[in-house]
Design a protein around this ligand. Structure first.
Ligand code: PMP
Length: 370
């Protein structure tokens, strides 16, 4: 078992220094993803000897770090992605943040980074967001992206557990993913590239999972004009994920049943996405078609496609909610998929349902106030 016990930092020990030089906030219409940051950051340091220090909120500033810090060499690093929304009633709410806290803790255990009290971290994050509340865009298309991270900071070479670590959280306003409505994407499905494997780390949000995917993503775009990679695994070329999104197929399955299927988490190949979990919960509640977590091989997928049984394919994630797929390049041939961006599509309906929840047009227990 990788679980270890650490006493945690506490929200009540939080120390706050407010900036005396607030930055100008960007116009919602000019926002790109990840390019703008709010005024403040949260930082909490840990040492094996003394445990967690006091949480600190302070003006956003660079780190000064020794070049031997383990994170620069062996990549003990994890991250999360959460969004806060300015809801229709004017209140700021965060979408299912405890889900991110628990995924962060499970990734920390896998990365040999220290454990922490998830509720205490969330209280500190809420304080950070409320201090920078004016950075949450006044728009029902935009949001505040919250990026918690943890790194191993011990300044010694040698591949061992880092006896020093840091949690830090930065936030920044992000724009509409689809300013003009859902836009379908194309995928490169090439089994010679593998993102994750059994016994590996695909189920954890480690930075080291992502660095090796960037070259493949660029290759897919530059050489094949495909916007994302469809990650396949194994002898039977299981469909696992779409770029940095979970995968959903809406089809008539081999038994003739209408089904929404997404790859199972049991293989450990797939990140347990919070959007994925939410879409499964929503569609199971609708009870309009079968909802399955299972296996999809390239062979069964192509057979279904040839028999006209595939209705829609889409990815899901915090950044975009859903991304319809209209083309998959596989073995040199384009596979065309139907109307995931259509006004009456399931993809569109799920997109609207989740957006209505996130902006609180449909009040929902998933939205937490600060
Ligand atoms: N898979 C991968 C590999 C991801 O990086 C992400 C983004 N966190 C997802 C799936 C979707 O997860 P979520 O819905 O929690 O954003």
């Amino acid at each position: 078992c990788l679980c270890r016990f650490y006493s945690s930092f506490r929200f009540e020990d939080l120390r706050i220094t407010v900036t005396d030089r607030p930055k100008r906030k960007p116009e919602p219409k000019n926002l790109k993803f990840g390019a703008e940051f709010s005024d403040h950051m949260l930082e909490i340091d840990w040492t094996e000897q003394d445990g967690w220090g006091f949480p600190v909120i302070k003006p956003l500033e660079p780190f000064i770090m020794h070049p031997a810090c383990k994170v620069f060499h062996y990549a003990p690093e994890l991250f999360e992605g959460i969004k806060a929304y300015r809801c229709v009633d004017g209140q700021i709410r965060i979408f299912r943040p405890m889900e991110n806290m628990s995924r962060m803790a499970s990734t920390a255990a896998r990365a040999c980074l220290p454990d922490f009290d998830q509720g205490e971290l969330l209280k500190c994050i809420k304080k950070l967001v409320s201090l920078d509340a004016e950075w949450v865009p006044y728009s029902d298309q935009c949001s505040l992206y919250i990026r918690p991270s943890a790194i191993g900071t011990e300044p010694t070479l040698g591949i061992t557990m880092s006896n020093m670590a840091k949690i830090f959280v930065i936030t920044g306003p992000v724009g509409a993913y689809y300013p003009t409505g859902l836009k379908p994407i194309s995928l490169l499905a090439d089994p010679s590239f593998v993102r994750a494997w059994p016994g590996g780390c695909g189920a954890y949000k480690l930075g080291s999972n992502y660095a090796p995917t960037i070259a493949i993503q660029r290759y897919a775009l530059k050489n094949h004009n495909c916007q994302q990679v469809l990650w396949l695994y194994g002898e039977d070329q299981q469909l696992t994920e779409v770029g940095t999104m979970n995968l959903f197929v809406y089809w008539i399955n081999e038994n003739g049943e209408e089904e929404l299927i997404t790859p199972t988490l049991e293989t450990g190949l797939v990140l347990p996405g919070i959007t994925r979990k939410s879409l499964l919960e929503i569609t199971r509640e609708w009870n309009e078609f079968k909802v399955t977590e299972g296996h999809i091989s390239m062979k069964t997928f192509i057979k279904a496609l040839n028999e006209g049984r595939v209705r829609e394919v889409f990815g899901s994630g915090t950044a975009c909610v859903v991304a319809p797929v209209d083309r998959i390049l596989y073995e040199g041939k384009d596979l065309h998929i139907g109307t995931g961006s259509d006004q009456k599509s399931l993809t569109q309906k799920l997109y609207e349902t989740l957006m209505d929840i996130q902006y609180f047009r449909t009040p929902h227990k998933w939205m937490e106030t600060l």
